[in-house]
Design a protein around this ligand. Structure first.
Ligand code: DLL
Length: 433
């Protein structure tokens, strides 16, 4: 179902017009309320009057994660403290966390865009939905929670942890949908099997999966093991949280809520805007946000924007799945390697569990890549010949996809650490020294 036909199916010209009007208002708002933006614009000899349509967005300055860190905690906040009703934070691995304040109107818009996503996944008022993203400073839990309530379905605020108890609730409360990371969905599948349950004991039919990159092969694996249809949901705390974009029943790219979040793709080196269809860094401008609006925020996520209308009837633009973050990309002996490439290869082979870890190191001045992967119980054996054969089979496939040699290490089922939230698939020891 389409939650907001007016906005999701708006003719393109009308959408650009709306975006232009909202951009003009936004630029004037940040110019007058955020010294950081006023200074940047003055340095560029730019005034709010120079912004007349959405095409003028290219004149505006970019915002980076570093800018947010440098202005910690509230330097980029535009609304007065008395208008802020909630704060979330995103923890980076280094430096200050990013603090994001929301006004009441921001929260209403967040619930609205989340309801659009859930409707596109097929959620209705008759569904009971478990939100198994972490609740707290992370935006996943509360963001999905209020979207489910706003839509009128029943929300079960399960959060993460206590997986067996959670699974009993899923069974006993006839829970029909679940929102969690794709890696947690896989973990659920494992625990179901360990508890002697089967997917047929549960009534799950919709999964809202996001917060980390996942491949099409991972989707097939989760769908088959949990007996549901898994949809992609994308977002980031700086821009709002989950709900920036969502898949429809076509599952061919994720529609962006572009009346609120204006997307661009840039070349991360030259900062030039790239045409639709080309892969680069995704950039968002928050067209309607009051608490902490951002101009041209560089997400570091790599994808492309898709031309053309979608058979579902929505006209809002789609983005391809995130292939990785520019800071996740490993450069190994000069070759670019994304963990998602390794994932695709592993998940295509029936001998392996969808659990892997990349360990990158530097030995004798040469980069090394070790790929640890769990062998499925049915294929794990003491027969050295069989194990060596399997190792070679995977090494050859990885070589053809990555163009570099990876040292494959087969490990026993259940030996790689599982994740309830975002999974950690890479250890880069080169960064640790
Ligand atoms: O992960 C918000 C979210 C929660 C999205 C629940 C979807 C579901 P952050 O913690 O700020 O916010 O992390 C944002 O996670 O820049 C991407 O790199 C990655 N990411 C989020 N969703 C997806 C997705 C939340 N569907 C960062 N596919 C983003 C790939 C994703 N990567």
């Amino acid at each position: 179902m389409i939650w907001n036909t007016n906005k999701e199916c708006m003719p393109r010209e009308q959408m650009r017009d709306l975006q232009g009007k909202r951009l003009q208002k936004l630029v004037s708002y940040v110019y007058h309320n955020v010294p950081f933006y006023r200074n940047k614009m003055q340095e560029m000899d730019l005034s709010p009057d120079d912004i007349r349509s959405i095409d003028d967005i290219v004149k505006l300055p970019f915002t980076t994660k570093q800018d947010l860190r440098d202005n910690y905690p509230y330097g980029l906040q535009a609304a007065p403290a008395s208008e802020i009703v909630r704060v979330h934070a995103s923890s980076g691995t280094t430096g200050n966390p990013t603090i994001v304040g929301y006004t009441r109107r921001d929260l209403a818009i967040w619930s609205e865009v989340m309801s659009r996503c859930l409707s596109a996944f097929g959620v209705t008022r008759n569904d009971t939905f478990s939100v198994s993203y972490g609740y707290g400073l992370f935006t996943g839990g509360l963001g999905a929670h209020y979207g489910v309530e706003n839509l009128g379905a029943t929300v079960i605020p399960a959060s993460t942890g206590n997986t067996e108890k959670h699974l009993r609730l899923i069974r006993d409360l006839n829970i029909t949908g679940i929102a969690c990371t794709p890696s947690y969905a896989l973990y659920l599948a494992e625990v179901i099997e360990r508890m002697g349950l089967s997917k047929d004991d549960l009534h799950l039919h919709i999964g809202a999966f996001g917060a980390e990159p996942w491949t099409e092969n991972m989707r097939q694996e989760i769908q088959q093991r949990l007996g549901l249809k898994g949809y992609n949901i994308y977002g980031l705390s700086e821009i709002m949280g989950p709900g920036v974009s969502y898949e429809c029943e076509e599952q061919h790219g994720s529609h962006i809520n572009e009346d609120h979040f204006y997307p661009e793709i840039i070349d991360p080196d030259t900062l030039e805007v790239l045409p639709h269809g080309q892969t680069g860094e995704l950039v968002f401008t928050t067209l309607t946000k009051e608490g902490m609006p951002l101009l041209r925020y560089r997400t570091k996520d790599l994808c492309s924007l898709m031309e053309g209308t979608c058979p579902c009837g929505r006209t809002n633009i789609r983005m391809t799945p995130i292939m990785g973050r520019s800071d996740d990309m490993l450069i190994i002996r000069g070759i670019n390697v994304f963990p998602s490439q390794v994932e695709s290869v592993i998940l295509e082979m029936k001998e392996f569990e969808p659990q892997y870890l990349l360990v990158v190191d530097r030995k004798n001045n040469l980069d090394t890549l070790e790929v640890q992967v769990e062998v499925r119980r049915d294929f794990f054996s003491d027969d050295i010949g069989a194990m060596l054969g399997l190792k070679k089979k995977l090494s050859d496939k990885l070589k053809s996809v990555l163009s570099i040699n990876a040292d494959v290490k087969l490990v026993e089922p259940n030996s790689i650490q599982r994740s309830e939230g975002k999974s950690k698939r890479v250890i880069d020891k080169r960064k640790l020294v």
